[in-house]
Design a protein around this ligand. Structure first.
Ligand code: ZN
Length: 155
């Protein structure tokens, strides 16, 4: 077990892979789902939920062995865990640390909640949402997925 100096929390180290820290509490399993890691895949992962954060409050953490996230995955992650911090581990060393950035223009990721939206019709247009203060807004029908709604349900 290793104590990480900046956070003061104990995590068991992984040799290679990705650690996602400071996930919104309760969203750890959603992170696993949107990354496409489910039962039946041979990916080894750990989800810690409602861990006490040294910053105060609670958080979720996810560790994924032998996998590094690509940008499109990081962008999806930002939608449900805007405060997440990502560490890339190689040979037991953190080689890269990054924050996620919520994209302002999101194409083809979010499913519009409006069943009559052109993106949900039989010949659908690719969904497109923009991020603004109230949440995510559909560029076609102006439906807003607010911060109070669970964005993970629409990914
Ligand atoms: Zn729409």
């Amino acid at each position: 077990m290793k104590r990480s100096s900046d956070e003061g929390i104990v995590i068991s180290p992984i040799k290679n892979g990705t650690v996602i820290d400071h996930i919104t509490p309760g969203e750890g399993l959603t992170v696993i789902r949107i990354l496409g890691i489910q039962d039946g895949t041979n990916v080894t992962f750990t989800v810690a939920t409602n861990v006490v954060s040294s910053r105060g409050g609670r958080k979720d953490m996810v560790k994924i062995e032998n996998r590094e996230l690509v940008k499109s995955e990081v962008d999806k992650l930002a939608l449900i865990a805007p405060d997440a911090k990502i560490s890339i581990i190689r040979d037991s060393k953190v080689v890269e640390k990054k924050s996620v950035e919520v994209p302002t223009d999101i194409t083809g990721v979010i499913k519009c909640p409006n069943p009559n939206c052109i993106t949900n019709t039989r010949e659908p247009a690719e969904s497109r949402f923009t991020f603004h203060s109230r949440g995510f807004r559909c560029c076609y029908c102006d439906t807003v997925i607010s911060r109070e709604m669970d964005i993970g349900d629409y990914i």
